[in-house]
Write a protein that binds this ligand. Structure first.
Ligand code: C2E
Ligand code: MG
Ligand code: MG
Ligand code: MG
Length: 292
């Protein structure tokens, strides 16, 4: 891509070439900077975990959360995980960061139980390169034991990228996770090329329908048919379905009508620090949008 763009920029004349090359240098420089800063972020407590509720439309209650990493640098700036996770993957820092999220998240499940008497499920994202961390499965097992949290309360979200990454250890990693008793969710479902074949081959418990199918959801559209079909398929395979990125009451009502009972999105609540996330537990869905 870069080569093609460079070629086109060149063809457009020398000034464009210069402009492009300047932009490219700036973006590369930012990447190198972030990579350096990322190494210190963990030690300097710049990373934290936010929690976004998963809401059940059948029981009208929050049934769990997704852990989402946040990075606030010392100058107050927030860096998006969409930007820094790929960098962490490249420079190898993802192993330590990934373990940090597991540790924080599992400790938080125990803390919430102490505060409320309710065991809440937590979903944690795993990126493809974490499957190269051969001690990861043992680490997760130890962490659950240490905090006396049952493995059924932990769900790991992986995208299709895990299977495309070419790491030979993926199958073994997934088998290990399955033996631990944690659940497995397919994240961003519908955006890849062969999600169906992975659903068949691996022991998934949950599919999360990607936000891009929800954003323009309206009756009798293609998205509507696709989401309806995905839910029917998941139901017949005995998988739970979560719709991501629900932002409006209309989307919520449509999803309820199609038979999608688990939803996540700004309409319910944004990702929140743990103290605020737990407050959402006591609020009903219709009030949530106003409360958060
Ligand atoms: P994801 O796992 O698909 O997470 C969903 C993303 O959508 C989150 O973005 C969340 O804040 C955002 N979101 C939730 N509801 C809505 C909504 O109603 N509207 C819109 N527009 N967005 C919504 P976030 O937190 O920026 O994370 C982006 C991605 O970074 C995640 O996508 C995940 O792939 C990755 N990520 C985040 N935390 C971690 C982590 O701890 N480990 C790993 N490996 N990846 C992570
Ligand atoms: Mg996710
Ligand atoms: Mg997702
Ligand atoms: Mg997504």
């Amino acid at each position: 891509d870069a080569d093609v763009a460079m070629y086109q920029a060149k063809a457009n004349g020398r000034n464009n070439y210069r402009l492009f090359s300047h932009e490219m240098r700036a973006s590369l420089q930012r990447q190198v900077e972030l990579e350096e800063q990322l190494r210190y972020a963990l030690e300097h407590d710049e990373l934290s975990v936010f929690y976004q509720p998963k809401y059940c439309l059948n029981s009208d209650q929050v049934v769990g959360f997704e852990a989402l990493l946040r990075w606030q640098q010392s100058d107050g700036n927030w860096v998006s995980p969409a930007e820094f996770i790929p960098i962490a993957e490249q420079c190898g820092e993802i192993d330590a960061i990934g373990r940090f999220v597991i540790e924080q998240g599992v400790a938080q499940i125990a803390k919430w139980y102490d505060q409320t008497g309710i065991w809440l499920k937590l979903a944690v994202n795993l990126s493809p390169s974490q499957f190269r961390d051969l001690g990861l499965v043992d680490f997760i097992g130890r962490t659950l034991k240490q905090h006396q949290v049952s493995s059924e309360l932990l769900e790991l979200e992986i995208t299709e990228g895990v299977f495309l990454s070419g790491h030979a250890d993926v199958e073994e990693g997934i088998r290990g996770l399955n033996q631990l008793g944690v659940s497995l969710a397919m994240d961003d479902f519908g955006t890849g090329y062969s999600s169906l074949s992975y659903l068949r081959r691996f022991p998934f418990d949950v599919v999360k329908i990607d936000r891009t199918f929800i954003v323009d959801l309206q009756p009798n559209t293609k998205d509507y048919q696709l989401v309806t079909a995905a839910i029917a398929m998941a139901n017949s395979l005995g998988l739970a379905v979560v719709a991501e990125g629900v932002e409006t009451e209309q989307q919520l009502d449509l999803l309820a009508r199609i038979g999608c009972h688990l939803v996540q999105g700004y309409y319910i609540a944004k990702p929140l620090p743990p103290e605020q996330a737990i407050e959402v537990l006591c609020v009903e869905s219709r009030q949530l949008a106003n409360a958060t």
